[in-house]
Design a binder for this molecule. Sequence first.
Ligand code: F6P
Length: 489
Amino acid sequence: MNLVVVSNRVSRGKPNEPMTGGLAAALLPIVEKSGAIWVGSSGRVRDGNQKEPFAEIEALGTGALAMLDLPAAHYGGYYEGFANSALWPALHSRADLIRASQEDYASYREVNAFMARALLRFQKPQSAFWIQDYHFLALGAELRALGVRQPIGFFLHTPWPTRAVIGGVPNHRELIEAMLAYDLIGFQTEEDCENFLSYAEQDLGLVVRDGVVHSHHGRTRASVFPIGIDPQQFAQLAAKAATHPDVSRLRRSLNGEKLAIGVDRLDYSKGLINRIKAFDRMWTLYPSLARSVSLLQIATPSRGAIEAYGNLQSDVAKLVSDVNGLHGEVDWTPIRYLNKGYSQAVLAGLYRTAQVGVVTPLQDGMNLVAKEYVAAQNPVDPGVLVLSKFAGAANELDTALIVNPHDIDGMARTIAVAVSMPLPERRMRWEAMMAKLRKGTIQQWFADFTDALWDSRVDRIETCPSEDVIADPLAARQLRPVTNGARFH
Ligand code: F6P
């Protein structure tokens, strides 16, 4: 098989470069070893009517990395617009934050179509395409419209919300119909998968049997593939990182004090405000923990041109400053707050230094920070993971201390419990989590998805929907082929 992996963001695999994207960090080791070609955005845009999309191609392990300049006229509407101001809030159940115009939607579709044209040069008879994430929901349909008949799979790294919430996205129906051009759609959790299937059945009126949606595109299987990490490799990275200057300086600065760590993109889905309020509450409820436990919060700026992110950045900064002003002492700062990215190598060492990892998103597809924190621990003296029940990772890491991020008092009490948990209980919880991580590695995820992609490949139905694909005749009348100019069947 000649695998072509596609994602908006890619990683060049420089070990010391800051890496905050869970997706890019996760895909890197498997692309390096599998010989796949990984295609994504170069982060640059290009003007004009290029005949051929421009790609910069470089070797990446046994595979290759192809970075495309995306069209300047559509980049803003695609990335800041439809992808991150309509889809992202909806996928994280924040319908109140959905902002998108029809121009943004048109740009999103243009960039999906542009990417499809660019991918043709990587197509071989034995190719399979594996598209990643919400930036490219319609890419499979675009590839089919260009005549691609090879297997095309899609994996969603975020949650998939209820029918009511996804129904708040402009053009949701057209977009989700376009997704049915994929042979296989992978989700992080059962709940995400069920939400998607229930939309297909109830809103599109399609027949869904045993996880397979029958539509005018043919058959699309929806399944669950929880993404993992390489725990062994991450543990080695953490052990080695002890001598890294940032890590040893942090250790020295603690003077025997305990440390909790949070590492997130500055995103409203990550629950940063609630987390900081929980620490505030903890220092108020348990004054003895002041001076003996501090928080290191790394919050990497993200999508700063979008209003909701700009607002969040100032809200979090203000709250950190208020909490530090209230609980701080001349020689003690409760929260060390850093707005920059760190390499995986440094992060591994920081995780190992912290006795508590706090991963408390309001909604999260998986959250690989939770898995990395666990893998980075010293087996003879592991730290404690405090994990939101709304992170996909909570399905597997059920011996973490599971919290409700909306319950500030509950979180405050749980963090206090984590700080003083005796060693035997920490080891018992940690070993159970490590066993799960060893079972569900990133390599296993890759193998499971690609095997299922081959298995689910079916002959495409070239004609209109036959009667047995329509469960509800009323919905059938509304079901129309995806239309966006002449590019579609
Ligand atoms: O959660 C989905 C995801 O693709 C993550 O894997 C990644 O951290 C993030 O979104 C990427 O965001 P951006 O590329 O906008 O920084």
